[in-house]
Design a protein around this ligand. Structure first.
Ligand code: PLP
Length: 355
């Protein structure tokens, strides 16, 4: 039996999008491909509220994280760290031999604008990496407030991982002055995993041109050169781009604002449920993610057993991530899930746990 995914990626994929994945193949140097590519990019720009170029990566989102550290820093990266994925970005920078400093808070806490300001004031940095929605802790960092601080530092590239929030939460890329935003398509975009997207501002492009050793597969300058022609440097996952085209149409038809409101509504349903059952939220108050609701297991449920029973009913949720495995659990409400799905899930959980 298929288990409906209430986990923070991959998420449920609707049949229309799955079918588009199975479109007949074309060559990536054929004009049919360029037409497809050129049709998708403006739709991505619309969904991201940006005029910046949006590149498609045949990789998971981690590929874009690596591209960011390789392409845009010549001096030193300031790496916001507040959980497993933001910690990973630091490790990627170090692994690529890039000078990097941590800006670290405890898991469950958010990165605050003052902390960013304090570090950037030193003038040591040329890139700041921020994970908007830290999927491991369910913390949503205050991106709007941090963006105000970033405006004081025009020489610092503002790079945002919005893997588990982009298109589920409104991020006005141009208004916030975000130079780089990246996401994999298997979360709020609700496509099968294997493709990621990244927008690049003119300022970031100018920087990249002056950076040596940008790597090969994800050399952004090379990718942009091909992007001009509606192509990618190497063979992309054409199937994904077909599916993304269909999904972007679906998204824009729903309306981005409606889509964000639907995600918020689903999150509120889970928040209300947790409150009514005496289940505490894990993140620092006021910074709770709307796409990955992360709760403390303060009622000592056996999440493994719960998931087994949910599985029999064709559903699955997530336990905690990494070191939070046994102390938290997560219900993700992303992509094409509907409030009715959350309603049914919560009823099932109540029934199974007899709460
Ligand atoms: C899922 C996730 C990633 C990693 O994405 P992959 O597509 O698995 O490489 C990175 N950052 C965040 C915030 C995520 O949720």
């Amino acid at each position: 039996m298929h288990k409906k995914l209430f986990i923070p990626g991959p998420t449920e994929v609707v049949k229309e999008v799955l079918d588009a994945m199975a479109s007949e193949m074309i060559g990536h140097r054929m004009k049919e491909f360029s037409e497809l590519y050129n049709a998708v990019e403006p739709k991505l720009q619309q969904a991201l509220y940006t005029k910046n170029r949006v590149l498609m990566f045949t990789s998971s989102a981690t590929g874009c994280m690596e591209a960011t550290v390789r392409n845009f820093s010549k001096k030193k990266i300031l790496s916001g760290m507040c959980g497993a994925f933001s910690d990973r970005w630091y490790d990627i920078a170090v692994g690529n031999g890039k000078a990097t400093d941590p800006l670290k808070v405890e898991w469950g806490m958010a990165i605050k604008p003052e902390m960013v300001d304090e570090k950037l004031k030193t003038g040591q940095y040329d890139v700041f990496t921020l994970v908007h929605n830290e999927t491991s802790t369910g913390v949503k960092n205050p991106i709007e407030e941090i963006a105000q601080v970033m405006k004081k530092y025009p020489d610092v590239i503002f790079a945002v991982d919005a893997v588990s929030s982009l298109t589920g939460y409104k991020i006005d890329v141009d208004a916030l002055g975000i130079d780089i935003i990246l996401a994999g398509v298997q979360k709020c975009f609700a496509l099968p995993p294997g493709l990621a997207i990244m927008s690049v501002s003119p300022k970031a492009i100018e920087r990249a041109k002056t950076v040596e050793n940008r790597g090969f597969y994800f050399d952004v300058i090379d990718m942009l050169k091909y992007d001009e022609k509606g192509q990618t440097p190497s063979t992309p996952s054409i199937s994904h781009i077909y599916a993304l085209n269909v999904q972007m149409d679906r998204m824009l038809k729903e309306g981005m604002e409606n889509r964000f409101a639907r995600h918020k509504k689903m999150a509120d349903m889970v928040f209300d449920w947790a409150k009514s059952k005496g289940i505490e939220l894990f993140p620092e108050k006021g910074y709770e993610s709307w796409t990955v609701v992360t709760m403390k297991n303060n009622k000592n449920f056996n999440i493994g057993d719960l998931n087994k029973e949910l599985g029999k009913r064709g559903k699955t949720i997530s336990n905690g991530y990494g070191k939070l495995k046994d102390v938290t659990f997560r219900i993700a409400a992303m992509g094409d899930l509907m409030p009715a799905d959350i309603h049914e899930l919560l009823n099932d959980i109540n029934d199974i746990l007899k709460i």
